[in-house]
Design a protein around this ligand. Structure first.
Ligand SMILES: Cc1cc2nc3c(=O)[nH]c(=O)nc-3n(C[C@H](O)[C@H](O)[C@H](O)COP(=O)(O)OP(=O)(O)OC[C@H]3O[C@@H](n4cnc5c(N)ncnc54)[C@H](O)[C@@H]3O)c2cc1C
Length: 608
């Protein structure tokens, strides 16, 4: 392991911040938190304090070098679900980043936007629709800087893109790893053979089909590009108005007397210690991720009244939706054995020391080779619509439409939360029907596992506090696969993966699904397998403080202002109404850029 040397920023002492006053205080230095802090402090007259539960990373190889990926350095400790009723009551570890940069510091660097239908549908659910693909696109472009791969390499590896949807001057760097494994070409051709055509550009608002995965790394160094570098290191030397306090947890938001306007926050060292206060003259912005944002709100008296009453927390704003509507993109790892797999493949870095040493040398000298690829994945992936997954897709949809949405939620669900679920469920079922929106991804890195992801489940869970201790983790209940539609969709996706592996292109490798997958053939056997094997999370937990009208169980308005209080917004992935067909990173950077403009407009702060 790399040696632990003190990060240069760790000079901040907790006491110095006690009773300090800032214009804005941001809880959580993840993608949203740091993007906002950067944009707000562009005005030298605006002061921002970001309080972050985790430390600064110290540039360790497992964070920076894709092929040496070691995300566990900064996993949030002891996150585990309650027994999952749809998954044989398994209690399953959940993952979130606890580090400056949040998920961006440890994520798998996959960079794929959602579909046009996602942002359009988010907008159509609002009272004042101000969200759509067209409204997001300028912010995608503002947030990012795409470096094109070598033209010959791109042509050889089916890498295509549309420059009109690729940003060229933003802080987030991304490119394509200059490496491919031989088996990847067979898999690509097999995908084409089973009706998954090549996608011209997966970032253009429709990613159904097969494509090479863009990766958030700096093409100059082939190292991770993440929020700490893009939105703090890049500007911090010149910004005395931009402060980060690491290794401290916001415990709650505090309000002025009875007027329900934000006054500031209380916080304490993550390792435990005294609670102190910092004051915000303009706004407090919660950006603590899908598990911790609802926890902070609930501890602050913003949440479902019955839950707050249970813990004797004074109700500031009774919002039944806080902590409800939890969603993720469940994953299924399908193990294979091969009689003649192509080599090298994604397992070779681990299994073949000579190859690993060669590739390491190639990375050091030319910034090429297997170390430019995140070690847990390959380079190609396919987005799958429900129509592409199964000819029975209309039956699945009509069965889901015939069901009572209330049956998918706990019996004591608040009526507004149920109304919101009913509305978003119909939007998602329309996406299942349209033949364009991806409901799943399938991926084969070229090693001993394929991955099948469900991107748009109908099951909904919750995140609720279990005590008033600010250091205690909340109860995480994904309720994965409690809606029977999800089992049917997952079964179709697994069968699509099987169809792909049954093509002559893949059969040359002699693949066989390993036990217990091989034995599961009938619908009932596959359902039983899924209950035993699904991982409820891809660390994409979202939607627990949803941007929806209050009558639909919403927590924040279309401007991401928390209902019923003044001066409080939610910036992180918790604000999403439902999952996109992409991976979250791109949407989070762009959404935070968009929110920064809204906040600046509200406060008359100058805009770049
Ligand atoms: C291991 C892993 C792999 C992933 N792979 C991918 C991928 O390949 N592609 C992709 O697009 N997405 C991926 N994701 C998901 C993506 O990184 C997240 O969805 C994204 O970072 C969410 O951004 P955010 O701003 O909402 O919150 P985050 O980036 O999660 O930031 C929240 C921050 O708030 C801090 N915090 C929490 N509570 C408190 C508190 N009380 N006080 C102060 N600070 C607090 C946390 O420590 C964290 O730093 C992955 C995530 C993980 C963890």
């Amino acid at each position: 392991a790399p040696s632990r040397r003190a990060p240069k920023h760790a000079t901040i002492v907790n006491r110095q911040w006690s009773n300090a006053t800032y214009d804005f205080i941001i809880a959580g230095a993840g993608i949203a938190g740091l993007t906002l802090a950067d944009r707000l402090t562009e005005d030298p007259n605006i002061s921002v304090l970001v309080i972050e539960a985790g430390p600064f990373d110290w540039g360790q190889e497992g964070i920076l070098v894709p092929g040496s990926y070691q995300p566990w350095w900064f996993f949030w400790p002891n996150l585990v679900t309650v027994p999952q009723e749809g998954l044989n009551n398994r209690e399953i570890g959940a993952i979130a980043g606890q580090v400056v940069g949040g998920g961006s510091t440890i994520n798998a660097m996959v960079y794929v936007r959602g579909d046009t239908s996602d942002y359009d549908d988010w907008g159509s659910l609002q009272e004042k629709p101000n969200m759509s693909w067209q409204k997001m696109l300028p912010y995608f472009l503002k947030s990012e800087n795409f470096t094109a791969p070598d033209a010959r390499f791109a042509a050889q590896n089916n890498i295509t893109w549309n420059p009109a949807v690729r940003g060229s001057s933003g802080p987030l760097q991304y490119t394509y790893p200059p490496h491919s494994y031989p088996g990847g070409e067979n898999w690509w051709n097999a995908a084409n053979a089973v009706g998954l055509p090549a996608v011209e550009d997966p970032l253009a608002g429709n990613k159904a089909g097969v494509f090479a995965m863009p990766s958030v790394m700096d093409a100059r160094t082939m190292t991770r590009s993440y929020a700490k570098i893009n939105h703090y290191d890049r500007v911090s030397q010149a910004r005395p108005n931009y402060h980060i306090l690491p290794s401290n947890m916001v415990s709650r938001v505090i309000f002025k007397g009875n007027c329900k306007t934000v006054k500031g926050v209380e916080y304490l060292p993550t390792a435990g210690g005294d609670v102190v206060t910092a004051f915000a003259t303009k706004e407090v912005i919660i950006a603590a991720g899908g598990f911790n944002t609802p926890k902070i709100l609930q501890l602050s008296g913003v949440g479902p009244k019955p839950l707050l009453d249970k813990f004797g927390i004074k109700v500031i704003s009774n919002l039944p939706g806080v902590g409800q509507n939890l969603q993720d993109q469940p994953t299924l790892t399908v193990p294979y054995t091969f009689t003649a797999n192509a080599e090298p493949n994604t397992d070779s870095l681990v299994n073949n020391a000579t190859y690993a040493a060669e590739q390491r040398a190639l990375y050091e000298t030319e910034k090429k080779g297997a170390f430019t690829v995140i070690s847990t994945l390959g380079t190609n992936i396919a987005g799958v619509t429900l129509k592409a997954a199964t000819p029975d897709f209309l039956d699945i949809i009509s069965t889901a439409r015939a069901a009572n949405p209330a049956d998918s939620l706990p019996a004591d669900v608040d009526p507004t939360v149920l109304a919101g679920y009913t509305a978003q469920r119909e939007a998602i079922l329309s996406q299942y029907e349209n033949g364009k929106s991806s409901v799943g991804n399938i991926h084969w890195g070229t090693g001993n596992n394929a991955l099948v992801y469900h991107l748009k489940p109908l099951s909904r869970g919750s995140v609720n506090i279990v005590s008033t201790d600010p250091l205690a983790n909340p109860a995480i209940d994904f309720r994965t696969a409690t809606d029977p539609t999800d089992q049917a969709v997952y079964t179709a996706l697994l069968r699509k993966n099987r169809e792909l592996f049954a093509t002559p292109e893949m059969q040359v490798f002699g693949p066989s699904e390993a036990s217990p997958f091989a034995e599961a053939q009938t619908d009932e056997e596959i359902y039983a397998l899924l209950r035993d094997q699904i991982n409820p999370s891809n660390a994409h937990q979202c939607c627990t403080a949803a941007m929806l009208p209050r009558s639909l169980g919403g927590v924040v308005s279309a401007e991401q202002k928390v209902y019923g209080v003044g001066g409080l917004r939610v910036a992180d992935i918790s604000f999403w109404p439902f999952q996109t067909g992409g991976s979250p990173t791109g949407t989070m950077y762009a959404a935070a850029e968009r929110l920064a403009d809204m906040i600046k407009a509200d406060h008359g702060i100058s805009r770049n």
